[in-house]
Design a protein around this ligand. Structure first.
Ligand code: BG6
Length: 484
């Protein structure tokens, strides 16, 4: 199956922080892939703006090196690479002063779509937004892209929203949560709302519980300075896990339109009940087998920051009354694996009395590393041994089902940037969603701070602290195995 690539309109994209890590690893390499695929028009231009004193040629060399380092097979297309590099421009910029803004004004073409990617510290959002208007660079048709972390609590998120709102309308603001750009995350909506099969069962009558796991094998080495002030709750739960939870739990929107989808997600966040203290487990990885502990990685020997969180939460509405949602995420776990599992209830009555095993249907949606879905169903074990039942997966690994050419190499970032150019906000967080997510997260974090809560240690390469297992066992349930 060959995927259909529809080119976006001609654009100028300005990347503030254009020499930063995210620009090098994700934004520029991703844009080059979109260029090779034919989605980025060959007249579209990228303008880097950062503190470094580079000229256009210096920036072109910089980007060529970045693509050499982080790009994939597409970089072998040297003709395309040369053309892409020729579409790059640069201006040194002083975000808090006047340097560079006139040159930026000259560079940006007004007649094409223009977008401004704020790949900079949130403290600079206001300065940049204000100057984009003062120097008459941006107008009411421009789009701005902002990165997480969007605040570190409700108050700071509200401040950021109001700083941006002074200069841009909500329709112009694209808040990135890269999990929303992942292929399978969008597939969640396709599966739920494109099939008649699942939606009638998607409620408290048939679902026993839902598990969402985002497990990573990496530690925090290299970014301990940022992470130690955030922890897993701010870094992963408030945004990525919350978004997954919304897509799984939301009511069907009336149409696949940005506000219709985001209205429904917002209702889920607002219906989340406060989490009881004994329904949360925090963990921090220890040292083991010559590998550094979290505290060594974060270079903070007294750190109480969590690198792991597991929790049980409830959504107070008719659809999900009394259905627990178990969320879990952590660093240095046994495998890199992100999965959502919808565990259905036991049969109301079994007609096979000799079968003692408990058979359950489980729909497992794997986000990474291998994108796909499988549905655990019960069948008869083949052979003459009587009516013995066995659980088997109905495997829908996408690459197997759709053929290897269908394996989508589009990274979440490049997909989302193309959505910005198309003016489609469906996969971006709206200001009120972000604030609602913080309003739910803040009391949990504040409670830890007030009580000087100490995270439970766990062994690197494990499934997290023992207490996280107990969170499930107490309810007579089990976590799904973390396997890559
Ligand atoms: C980022 C977090 O938002 O997501 C990181 O800041 C985390 O700590 C990363 O490692 C995980 O993203 P992915 O796409 O690798 O699952």
């Amino acid at each position: 199956m060959v995927s259909r690539v529809i080119p976006v309109e001609d654009f100028d994209l300005v990347i503030f922080g254009g020499t930063g890590d995210l620009a090098r690893r994700k934004i520029l390499t991703g844009l080059f892939r979109r260029f090779v695929s034919g989605q980025m028009p060959n007249t579209a231009r990228i303008i880097g703006a950062a503190r470094s004193e580079l000229d256009d040629q210096g920036y072109r060399d910089f980007v060529r090196t970045a693509i050499g380092e982080f790009g994939g097979d597409e970089k072998k297309d040297t003709k395309a690479l040369d053309h892409f590099i020729g579409q790059l421009f640069y201006t040194p910029i002083d975000a808090r002063g006047d340097g560079g803004w006139d040159r930026l004004h000259e560079l940006v073409r007004q007649e094409v779509v223009n977008a401004y990617y704020f790949s900079v510290a949130p403290g600079l959002f206001g300065d940049i937004a204000e100057r984009l208007h003062r120097y008459k660079i941006a107008d009411s048709t421009s789009r701005i892209v902002v990165e997480k972390p969007f605040g570190r609590d409700l108050e700071s998120a509200q401040e950021l929203n109001s700083v941006l709102a002074k200069h841009f309308d909500e329709k112009q603001i694209y808040r990135i949560d890269h999990y929303l750009g992942k292929e399978t995350v969008q597939n969640l909506m396709a599966v739920r709302f494109g099939n008649v099969l699942f939606e009638p069962l998607w409620n408290a009558q048939y679902v026993d519980h839902i598990q969402i796991t985002v497990a990573e094998t990496v530690g925090v080495g290299g970014r301990g300075g940022y992470y130690d002030k955030s922890g897993a709750m701010r870094d992963m739960v408030q945004n990525h896990l919350m978004q997954l939870l919304c897509l799984i739990a939301m009511e069907p929107p009336s149409k696949f339109d940005s506000d219709a989808v985001r209205d429904e997600k917002l209702k889920v966040i607002r219906a989340l009940q406060p989490v009881e203290t004994h329904h949360i487990v925090r963990g921090q990885y220890d040292a083991a087998g010559g590998k550094k502990s979290y505290r060594e990685d974060a270079e903070n020997p007294k750190s109480f920051t969590e690198s792991f969180v597991a929790m049980k939460c409830h959504i107070a509405n008719w659809r999900w009354a009394n259905v627990p949602f178990y969320l879990r995420t952590g660093k240095k776990l046994k495998a890199r694996s992100s999965e959502i599992a919808v565990v259905f209830k036991d049969l109301a009555h079994s007609i096979f009395p000799e079968d003692e095993a408990r058979h359950r249907n489980i729909l497992s949606i794997q986000l990474q590393p291998n994108e796909g879905m499988d549905l655990q169903v019960t069948i008869k074990e083949p052979g003459p041994g009587g009516m013995r039942l066995v659980d088997v997966p109905l495997d829908m690994t996408f690459a197997d089902a759709l053929g290897p050419e269908s394996e989508d190499v589009t990274d979440a970032y490049e997909r989302l940037i193309m959505d910005v150019m198309r003016g489609n906000q469906t996969l971006f967080m709206r200001g009120d969603e972000v604030e609602a997510a913080w309003a739910w997260t803040d009391p949990i974090i504040n409670n830890w701070v007030e009580k000087h809560d100490v995270p439970k240690p766990y062994e690197p390469g494990s499934a997290g602290p023992e207490d996280a297992m107990m969170l499930m066992h107490r309810d007579n349930r089990r976590w799904r195995d973390i396997k890559g």
